[in-house]
Design a protein around this ligand. Structure first.
Ligand SMILES: C[S@@+](CC[C@H](N)C(=O)[O-])C[C@H]1O[C@@H](n2cnc3c(N)ncnc32)[C@H](O)[C@@H]1O
Length: 469
C-alpha cells in the first residue's frame, strides 16, 4: 500500500477509536484495516468472535432528512405513531415534543427558510436539505457518530474512479444558500459548497428516495457483499434512527464484515443498484459467478432434462467440468462438446436450405439435445426468417419482462446470451413459424409450469416483481 494510504489508515484508526473501534476489548470489537479484496482499499474487521444474531455496531447518521411520513427525531413511521407537523414551516413532522426539542438546534436554522420557499417551489429536495444539515452539524460542532474529520478521511481514501460523479452538485450549489440561515449579506463561497456536496455525494449510505436520506460515516468503511455476514435490524430499540448492524451468522475474529448495500434480496434489484453504485461488484459471490460461471453453452441433461453447463472447476486449476444444474449428473466435457459441435454444424449446413417441415424436424432434434437457452439455433433462425414477422418484442413491456426474467434466473453471466437472444428478436419470429418452440423457449423464463402464449404476459408469475417494469 502507498505510504500516504498507510498514514490515512493510521488517521482513520485513530479517529474511529473515538467511536469505539479497536481491539477485542473496545466498545464494538471491530476495526478498520486494509481489505485485500478491493484493490488496497479499507474494510471493517472483527477483532473478536461474534455469535449469529449478536449486535456488532449501533450507530446513527451524522445528518439525515426524513419525509413527512416519518418523525424527524426518531424516524418512527406515521402508521406507528401519530405525527404532528412543525407549526412554523409545516414541513417537518414529529411524534413528540421530545423529538421536536431534540431536533430544534438543527431545525431552527432551516425552518424559516423552508417556510419561505414552500409557497413558490416544490418541497425541499432531501439531498439539498441533508447537505445543509451536514453544514449546520459541522458548524454547531455536533458529533453524532462521526465528524467531518472522519468524512474527510474517507474522501482521501477513495480513488478518483471510486468517486461517483456528482450529477446533483450544480443544483445543490445553486440551491443550498436558500436553506442556510446566513446573516444578511454573507454568502458561503461556492467552492466550500462544492466541497461539502462532494462529501455528501460520496458518503450518503442510505438514499431511499428524493425525500429521505442520511449520512452514516462509520458505516462508510464497510464493504459490500451480495451474501453478507451482517444485516441491519430495523426494529431495534426505541430510536429508529439507530442503525444496528447484527451478525447474520457466527463470525470469527479477523473476518471482514460485509453489509449488503442494496437492502434487497431480489437479485435483479441488487444488480441494478450495484451497477450504478459500484461499477462492478467484486464480492466473492460475484467473482465466483464471473470466474466459474457458464461458458454460455447449454446442453440438455439426458437423465432429467435440466440444464447442463460447462464450468470451470476452479479458477486456479482452469479445468472444465460439465454438470447438470438440476440433478448434478456429470458429463465428459470433450465428448459433450464434440457431439454438440457435430449436431450444430449439421444443422447449420442443412437448415437454411430446408423446407419448413424439415426445419421443424431439426428444431425437434435440437430441442432433444440442447437446453433452451443455447442461442446457436436462434442465431441460425435469425438469418433465415423473414423480418416482417416480429410481433411480441416490439412491445417494450414484453421485452423488459423477458429480459428481467432471464437476469433473475441466470444472473449476470448470461447477460450477453440473453442480449443477443433478445436483440435479434428471435421469439416473435418463432411465434409465427413455430409457436411450439417459441412457447418452449419462453417457458424457460417463467416459473409457470404450463405457460400459455396469450396469457403469459398478462399473468406474471408469482415470483416476478411487476414494480420493476
Ligand atoms: C463504503 S466504501 C467501503 C470502504 C472502502 N473500501 C474504502 O477503502 O474506504 C464503498 C467503496 O468501497 C468499494 N467497494 C465496497 N464493496 C465493494 C464490492 N463488493 N465490489 C467492489 N468495490 C467495493 C467501492 O470502491 C465503493 O465505492
Amino acid at each position: 500500500m502507498h505510504s500516504s494510504r498507510e498514514s490515512v489508515l493510521k488517521d482513520v484508526q485513530r479517529i474511529t477509536a473515538k467511536y469505539g473501534f479497536g481491539d477485542k476489548d473496545s466498545k464494538w470489537g471491530i476495526k478498520v484495516d486494509r481489505s485485500p479484496s478491493y484493490g488496497g482499499g479499507l474494510g471493517v474487521f472483527a477483532t473478536r468472535d461474534f455469535k449469529e444474531n449478536e449486535d456488532i455496531l449501533v450507530t446513527q447518521p451524522y445528518a439525515h432528512v426524513t419525509d413527512q411520513n416519518y418523525c424527524d427525531g426518531c424516524y418512527s413511521p406515521k402508521d406507528v405513531k401519530k405525527l404532528m407537523k412543525c407549526s412554523r414551516c409545516g414541513f417537518v413532522s414529529y411524534c413528540s415534543k421530545e423529538c421536536q426539542t431534540k431536533m430544534w438546534p438543527i431545525h431552527k436554522l432551516e425552518c424559516k427558510h423552508i417556510k419561505g420557499i414552500l409557497p413558490y417551489s416544490d418541497p425541499p429536495h432531501a439531498g439539498m436539505m441533508c447537505l445543509a444539515r451536514m453544514i449546520y452539524t459541522h458548524r454547531a460542532n455536533i458529533t453524532r457518530n462521526g465528524t467531518l474529520e472522519l468524512i474527510e478521511k474517507l474522501d482521501d481514501l477513495w480513488t478518483k474512479e471510486n468517486q461517483m460523479n456528482l450529477p446533483l452538485t450544480p443544483q445543490y450549489v445553486n440551491n443550498i444558500p436558500i436553506y442556510m440561515q446566513e446573516p444578511s449579506g454573507s454568502t458561503i463561497p461556492v467552492q466550500t459548497l462544492i466541497n461539502y456536496a462532494k462529501k455528501y455525494e460520496s458518503h450518503k449510505l442510505l438514499f431511499k428516495n428524493v425525500r429521505n436520506t442520511m449520512i452514516l460515516p462509520l458505516l462508510g468503511f464497510f464493504n459490500h457483499h451480495c451474501i453478507p455476514n451482517t444485516y441491519r435490524d430495523n426494529d431495534r430499540g426505541g430510536n429508529n434512527l439507530d442503525y444496528v448492524i447484527t451478525a447474520s451468522r457466527d463470525i470469527k475474529c479477523g473476518e471482514e464484515l460485509f453489509m449488503d448495500y442494496t437492502g434487497t434480496d431480489n437479485r435483479i434489484e441488487k444488480l441494478d443498484f450495484l451497477k450504478t453504485f459500484l461499477h462492478k461488484c467484486l464480492c466473492s459471490t460475484c467473482r465466483e459467478i464471473n470466474d466459474t460461471g457458464s461458458k454460455e453453452k447449454y446442453y440438455r441433461c439426458h437423465s432429467c432434462n435440466g440444464r447442463v453447463d460447462i464450468r470451470w472447476k476452479s479458477p486456479s486449476l482452469k479445468r472444465y467440468h460439465a454438470l447438470c444444474l438440476k440433478c448434478g449428473k456429470e458429463y465428459n466435457v470433450e465428448e459433450l462438446e464434440k457431439k454438440g459441435n457435430i449436431i450444430k454444424s449439421n444443422i447449420k449446413e442443412e437448415f437454411n436450405k430446408a423446407p419448413l417441415e424439415i426445419k421443424e424436424m431439426m428444431i425437434k432434434l435440437y430441442k432433444e439435445h440442447f437446453h433452451v437457452l443455447d442461442i446457436f439455433l436462434a442465431e441460425e433462425l435469425d438469418h433465415s426468417l423473414d423480418k416482417d414477422s416480429m410481433i411480441l418484442l416490439n412491445d417494450p413491456f414484453v421485452f423488459k419482462r423477458i429480459q428481467l426474467q432471464l437476469r433473475h434466473h441466470y444472473g449476470p453471466r448470461s447477460f450477453t446470451a440473453y442480449e443477443m437472444f433478445l436483440k435479434k428478436d428471435i421469439i416473435p419470429k418463432l411465434v409465427k413459424i413455430n409457436p411450439d418452440l417459441a412457447l418452449y423457449l419462453i417457458s424457460s423464463f417463467t416459473t409457470d409450469p404450463k405457460p400459455n402464449l396469450s396469457t403469459l404476459f398478462s399473468n406474471p408469475d408469482p415470483y416476478f416483481d411487476l414494480s420493476l417494469l
